[in-house]
Design a protein around this ligand. Structure first.
Ligand SMILES: [Zn+2]
Length: 302
């Protein structure tokens, strides 16, 4: 029977060292979740910094790439050692289910639980930023693996001492984890749907007629972007971008008198303070912020 060994624990808890000591040079494929994370970031086009919200998706993608790699190697007849963080039962369960479904394998977990003094030393040696308390606080989320998750053997590793630790099975862990996974999948799907609808809407703005409002003379016209451009409108998507402050004027008016000019006035920070706007400017500002949706229906206020 094939074997897959997960070595899990917090940052600097000694996972890599443990793997080097026990599995390097032996007949195991060694995989590390960090490599997959780096690959996911690179593939998504992020090098230095990752926008908030994208990171979660990258990490999830890395998890899936690693999982599929584990399955492929087991199916190819290899035994695998995997370095993972795996704080949450739900992440482990997703892995275990997929592996069990694909191949017959024994699944073992080694959980790095260093003493504070050893852990602090590791952090120091690796010159990691941040206070030790912060590392420890991070660890408060850690859910120690339970046999109910479908793991064959669970070992606790304290400063190199390995002890079998099979806690009392708690089936409710599975229920909760599955609920969490279902909620997560639902949330991601809702986000995807929202993004898709937004993209479709933006594409449709190239061809559909929509309301154009001149913020200087008050003229309004329900025309396409092409028609507006032909008659001299200064309006997104041809000029400027939806939702971003720039002039919104008809062919007869110029920039003078636009909210954009007021905000750009010399000696002022280019920041919109709603309390400093006239009622008319406030209407313009809110409409711009709400673009392109705000241009689909005629606004009764102007
Ligand atoms: Zn005008």
């Amino acid at each position: 029977m094939r074997k897959v060994i997960f070595v899990i624990g917090a940052t600097a808890s000694g996972k890599t060292y443990f793997i080097d000591q026990n599995y390097a040079g032996r007949d195991f494929d060694i995989l590390n979740v960090y490599d997959y994370q780096q690959r996911a970031y690179t593939e998504a086009g992020f090098r230095e910094s990752i926008p908030f919200g994208e990171e979660f998706r990258c990490l999830l993608k890395a998890q899936n790439m690693l999982l599929e790699d584990i399955v492929a190697r087991l199916q190819a007849g290899r035994d695998v050692v995997v370095e993972q963080t795996f704080y949450k039962a739900k992440r482990r369960i997703a892995y275990i289910e997929r592996i069990r479904e694909a191949v017959e394998a024994s699944i073992e977990f080694y959980v790095m639980c260093p003493s504070d003094s050893q852990w602090e030393k590791n952090i120091e040696n690796r010159k990691l930023d941040g206070r030790f308390e912060a590392f420890k606080r991070n660890m408060e989320d850690f859910e120690f693996p339970n046999p109910a998750e479908g793991i064959d053997q669970i070992y606790e590793v304290v400063d190199g001492i390995i002890t079998l630790r099979m806690d009392e099975p708690k089936p409710e862990i599975m229920e909760r984890a599955k609920e969490e996974l279902a909620k997560e999948a639902e949330r991601l799907k809702a986000e995807d749907d929202k993004r898709r609808r937004k993209k479709e809407l933006l594409e449709s703005m190239e061809t559909r007629p929509f309301w154009h409002y001149c913020e200087v003379c008050g003229k309004k016209e329900f025309v396409t972007a092409q028609e507006a451009d032909d008659s001299g409108w200064d309006y997104p998507p041809r000029r400027g971008s939806f939702g971003v402050l720039s002039p919104r004027t008809c062919g007869n008016c110029c920039m003078v008198g636009t909210l954009y000019m007021k905000i750009l006035a010399p000696g002022r920070l280019p920041v919109v303070l709603e309390s400093e706007l006239t009622p008319e400017e406030l209407v313009t500002w809110r409409r711009i912020k709400g673009e392109p949706e705000s241009l689909l229906k005629e606004s009764p206020t102007q």
